[in-house]
Unconditional design. Sequence first.
Length: 150
Amino acid sequence: MDFLIFGGIFIFLLSLGFWSLKHSERLEKERRFEELNPIMGQPLLSTEPHVIQKNKSIKHSEPVTASVIVAQPFSTALQNRWAHFFKSKKYYKKEFRKASKLAVIKMQKTANDAHLIVNTRVQTSVLRSNNPLEADRICAVAYGTAITYY
């Protein structure tokens, strides 16, 4: 009987520790996104056809790129490996979106004197580790063409 009580307490404490770890990871991610949140005055991103107005002419255009490698928490890596084992469609979906956002924000910051960024693309990939105790990393590369008007 004592074994069941101690086992239940152990499982409860283990799940409470896992929840607090996930909660602190989520708060850290939110803090990082708030730091990298784009500010006003950054170039406009455009993936749609853009018509240049008649009174504006292009002064300068140049390619801009930004790459980001995001280390994911170990708890997320375990969930993704489990999903990969069962061929789930949600495998790394959230992590790809987060890494893509960070890469686009970084690209916008590198082209801060531009008025517009056109033809933007984002590519993502997973960098796997041979060590089973080390989490995989997500790599995102954003690129486009920065246009500056006169």
